[in-house]
Design a protein. Structure first.
Length: 305
């Protein structure tokens, strides 16, 4: 995977095929396709949207350094730019991946799907059936241009079904504050490499610093400044864990011309120095990075770096 700004960084690549416009906007595979090396010695940086449905075995996934227990019926929703690794056990899973424009023109919001669901009962049966049929059709019609519409609609139905599943956090946060938080996250995703000032984002969104802070506190329990800084720290963790780029270069990419300033920032946010974090990347679950969640318990919309 390639870092999206600055000079390309050597990063761990998955074994999934490249996604090209046309017949392979949506492809399916197995969990082993995601691992660049046997045993997942370090995470991979994703360059596409993924749904991962565990079908056999027990183990643990790390999605942006958060441990997620996996067993049959576990569903993961991962986004471009996130760091993903599986550790601790042998798992079988079906993987569905798609290009950003694969759902163009369809009334579906992929971000409404939580990052992690443990399916059960009729919901599990329905999702397994739809994922299985999508995989069969993607393989059977891989070289048929006319099949692209079929796969797009199958994926849309699957995502709609998942977004409609009940969630215990639904309704917990006022809608206006939820929308303000989401708008801030979108702006932070575009600008976190350039500014960490809440005042800059308030000006871009046409609201006050107080409004942004109130929304962030309501949704995450943390201030707007903490939300912004956590997004920067998350990107630093991704690059440190999944690329060979130097610590100084990562700091510059994230807006820290001086390595010492980057080191102080990272240590404050994550709890260890950048060098220590990188040295521990081959150990399972080295550091649990605390960062905000959306009301749908999915990664911050900024997970699409």
């Amino acid at each position: 995977m390639m870092v999206t700004t600055g000079q390309p960084s050597p990063a761990t690549r998955t074994g999934l095929p490249e996604l090209r416009p046309g017949t392979d906007e949506i492809v399916t595979g197995v969990l082993g396709d995601l691992a660049a090396e046997p045993g997942w010695p370090r995470p991979v940086l994703l360059d596409r949207d993924l749904l991962i449905l565990v079908t056999h075995g027990h183990g643990t996934a790390e999605l942006d350094f958060r441990p997620v227990p996996c067993r049959p019926g576990t569903l993961l929703r991962a986004r471009p730019g996130q760091a993903l690794r599986f550790v601790g056990a042998q798992l079988d899973a079906t993987v569905v991946s798609w290009r950003p424009d694969a759902l163009r023109g369809l009334d579906v919001d992929p971000d409404a799907v939580p990052a992690h669901r443990q399916l059960a009962g009729e919901d599990e049966d329905a999702v397994i059936s739809e994922v299985s049929q999508l995989a069969v059709d993607a393989d059977r019609h891989a070289l048929v241009p006319a099949a692209a519409a079929l796969l797009r609609h199958q994926l849309a139905v699957l995502l709609l079904r998942l977004s409609l599943l009940p969630h215990p956090r639904d309704g917990a946060t006022p809608r206006a504050e939820t929308e303000t938080f989401r708008r801030l996250c979108r702006e932070v995703e575009r600008g976190y490499r350039h500014t960490r000032r809440v005042e800059d984002y308030a000006a871009q969104l046409g609201c006050s610093v107080r409004t942004l802070t109130r929304a962030c506190l309501a949704v995450t329990g943390r201030s707007a400044k903490q939300v912004i800084d956590e997004r920067v720290a998350l990107q630093a963790c991704r690059l440190l864990a999944a690329t060979d780029e130097s610590i100084a270069a990562i700091g510059r990419e994230l807006g820290f011309p001086e390595p010492t300033n980057f080191g102080r920032f990272f240590t404050r946010e994550v709890g260890v120095s950048p060098g220590t974090f990188r040295a521990e990347r081959e150990r399972p679950l080295p550091v649990r990075l605390v960062r905000p969640r959306t009301p749908a318990d999915s990664p911050v919309p900024g997970g699409q770096a």
